[in-house]
Design a protein around this ligand. Structure first.
Ligand code: SAJ
Length: 402
């Protein structure tokens, strides 16, 4: 039996996928209300294909509890934030999950950590806890790689990395994941697995920062950044990503800081890239100001932000560019802008709307912060509005860009 610890964005789909493929699974989370929701047959976030996967896993007997199980295999999937000052990883959640497992697990069990960790974290924070317990256990790092918005497909098809101390343990866990994973599963050592995951997300962060910097350069001299990137990407060895209003989510906006925190003298390109991405919400605010002036607008209460989530067609708002922008406004004691997002049902910020038409009726300038399918499919509703499209999703004439 596999005990999956942490039933959030990664742990839940992983537990369900294993169970749907015939593995006996118990999911454990210390959040009792989350467990209650799952036990009542409901998923806890929206994700393409998740409800169907949930139904299949329940049929196969997956269980959810707040109790840690006595078994031979544990998968830990808990958050790894970074300390805002030192920029170093905060391994507290992983360590506490490991300590909880250690209280119940038998000798010889394997603890797999899926949470993204900076190179050396397993040795520095997790191994000492295991050694202190006196139990003989196997440690594995098997970083998740699935992208929110396409998690179920990617769980099935992505290649994976397993980092283990010895080949036999690596192959045992490789076999477990191959119960559902159709991609290649590479077995390597723990530190290599730790580093590859952080490098993958850092690569993306640096590439997005490059696109964001290009957007600013092009804005400065009236060039069309999207057309320039489109043409550049026709080169066989060039693949520039897209500029945007900032970088959010719990991965790309977090993980690269681990390298800056651990290697402050060496991680220069990475640090500057993160700063570039973090400066985008303020740049969007400057553009809003500029566009208002160009249109003779003076009333900030007639400006609305479309989108609160960190990217399109997900309900996750963690570190979202819109939240970053509102925070930036708050620091300047400005009146918070109106906001609407079809994916966010709860009231998260002031001046939040839950109805697109009501939102549009109350604003003259619409800033597209997220390119949800909803707005792509109803772009004509923005006819007659001043539109500032930070995601390049609108085909309306006269739209403003970054
Ligand atoms: N973004 C841009 N321009 C782009 C692409 C993305 O501005 O061209 C923005 C998005 O709008 C969003 C942020 O970047 O705010 C991050 O979104 P994302 O889609 O790039 O990535 P995540 O954070 O949803 O998922 C990433 C993925 N990593 C890589 O693609 C290397 C995923 O595979 C990882 O599993 C995930 O991080 C994770 O959990 O680490």
């Amino acid at each position: 039996m596999v005990n999956v610890i942490g039933l959030g964005y990664i742990g839940l789909p992983t537990a369900l996928m294993l169970a749907a493929h015939g593995v006996e699974v118990v999911g454990t989370d210390y959040n009792a209300s989350l467990v209650e929701t799952l036990c009542a047959g409901k998923t806890t976030f929206q994700e393409k294909g998740l409800d169907e996967l949930f139904a299949e896993a329940v049929k196969k007997g997956v269980r959810f509890t707040t109790e840690y199980q006595v078994t031979d295999t544990y998968i830990i999937s808990v958050p790894t934030p970074y300390d805002k000052f030192s920029k170093k990883i905060d391994a507290g959640f992983v360590v506490r999950a490991a300590e909880a497992v250690l209280k119940v697990c038998p000798d010889g069990a394997t603890i797999v950590v899926e949470s993204t960790v900076s190179p050396g974290t397993m040795d520095k924070f997790v191994r000492p806890v295991v050694e202190k317990s006196g139990k003989k256990l196997h440690l594995v790092h098997a970083p998740e790689r699935i992208i929110p918005g396409n998690m179920v497909y990617e769980l099935l098809h992505n290649n994976r990395t397993i980092g283990a101390d010895d080949r036999a343990t690596g192959e045992k866990i490789q076999k477990l994941y191959s119960s559902f994973c159709q991609g290649e599963i590479v077995v390597t050592d723990i530190r290599t697995a730790e580093m590859t995951k952080v490098v993958e997300n850092t690569f993306r962060a640096v590439n997005i920062a490059f696109a964001n910097e290009l957007a600013k350069i092009c804005r400065h001299d009236g060039m069309d950044v999207y057309e320039i990137i489109r043409i550049c990407n026709m080169h066989p060895r060039v693949n520039v990503l897209q500029p945007g209003p900032g970088v959010g989510g719990h991965c790309i906006s977090v993980d690269p800081w681990f390298l800056v925190g651990d290697y402050p003298e060496l991680a220069n390109v990475i640090r500057e890239s993160m700063k570039t991405n973090d400066a985008m919400p303020a740049f969007v605010l400057e553009r809003i100001d500029e566009i208002m002036r160009q249109n003779g607008m003076t009333d900030i209460s007639r400006v609305g932000l479309y989108g609160l989530t960190y990217k399109e067609n997900v309900d996750d708002c963690r570190e979202s560019p819109t939240l970053q922008l509102l925070e930036c406004q708050r620091k300047h004691l400005a009146q918070p802008l109106k906001v609407y997002d079809p994916w966010v049902q709860c009231d998260l910020v002031p001046n939040q709307y839950h109805d697109l038409d009501k939102f549009l009726a109350d604003v003259d300038l619409v800033v597209i912060m997220v390119g949800h399918s909803e707005i792509r499919e109803q772009m004509q509703k923005l006819n007659g509005k001043i539109v500032f499209d930070t995601r390049n999703v609108s085909d309306l004439p006269g739209v403003y860009h970054l």
